[in-house]
Design a protein around this ligand. Sequence first.
Ligand code: ZN
Length: 431
Amino acid sequence: MDNHGQDMYRLAKRLFPICRSITGDGVRDTLSILGEIVPLKTYEVPTGTPVFDWTVPQEWNIRGGFIEDENSKRILDFAWNNLSIVGYSEPVDQIVSREELLEHIYSEPAQPDAIPYVTSYYKRRYGFCMTENQRNALGNGPFHIVIDSELKDGALTYGEIILSGESQQEIFLSTYICHPSMANDNLSGPCLLIYLAKMLSELPRRRYTYRIVFIPETIGSITYLSKNYVHLKKHVVAGFNISCVGDDRTYSYVASRYGNTLADKAAKNVLSFHAPGYQAYSFLQRGSDERQYCAPGIDLPLCAICRSKYGEYPEYHTSLDDLTLISEAGLGGALEVYWKCLMGLEHNYCYRVTCLGEPQLGKRGLYPTLSRKGSANEIRTMTNFIAYADGTNDLFDISNIIHVPVDRLIEIADILRAGGILERMPEARTG
Ligand code: ZN
């Protein structure tokens, strides 16, 4: 596979400066750039639309903002870093005292060089975010504070790609596009998913239909589900929430509510070979859109594979989560893991050997072919595959039992099927 590391990183760099939020032009600009790689359909859901227990909020856009000290010296500017203004800040243009200003300043004392990422979507306020060092260096004032923002009835925007397959059963892939300039959380997610979509779109045949969405986190997944959950519940056989997939440090897995879906099975299997020391988190440590997709009554078979998971790395939700934190190799590794999961799912059937007793491989030209590769292991893998191809084990089960990754088993299954000694059971097992 082409690991697209460079492409994904370059895309992250291009998207990085855009100020995204849960609504607004930053989301639209981001979707339009993603759509250059694989065309996507955008949807606009009007402010005020009821979505389950929530309501689509007003749309927020921001043009700029700053703080100037008593000498008109600019000490903070939205143009320098778009984390500097609290997301969904209402507009302000005032002269304020030092005390008044401090009530609207957010900083992170434990990380004195980091600008924290702060939002206030559902309570009207305004605020500025700065490093603890900047806060400590504030003069006596007064200060001129300006936020040139707008909250108005508009829409919540999201993007969707449907790649149809031979079956109407679906694989559901979701990521969010609502964070301003931060890299691992969250630009890595959309950058990976759009290239995953590109690779899927280039497959000569797809068993499954792929439903791929780029949405604002929480309110976006709730909005999407409220419109589509009946269809999703009926058709989705496995899904992944793709987030925090850009750094190099580790691999993580976040389970579905009970950790027992086909997606969980694929994720755990692939990670056990690709990154055996991966960090496993239960649904109790959820934090992203798996909260909605696995909620009671929705119960989609969906889990998440991350590199350093949200909330678990020091730069999380600060200005330190910048383009130096993610890498081509980090993104490429995560793409490879997701690709292996999807290709495993594409080939996931229960398999059954067609003869009684061990088949004679030599008679079918299989033994010598493998001998020429000089590997007794290959033959052992093949006979082990056959030994567990009793019609009850799917590809992931067999992989787990015989300790061979699914991407190798896919090749072996093809050889054995071509040799007429292995068949797929008619129904794919989905759990
Ligand atoms: Zn986040």
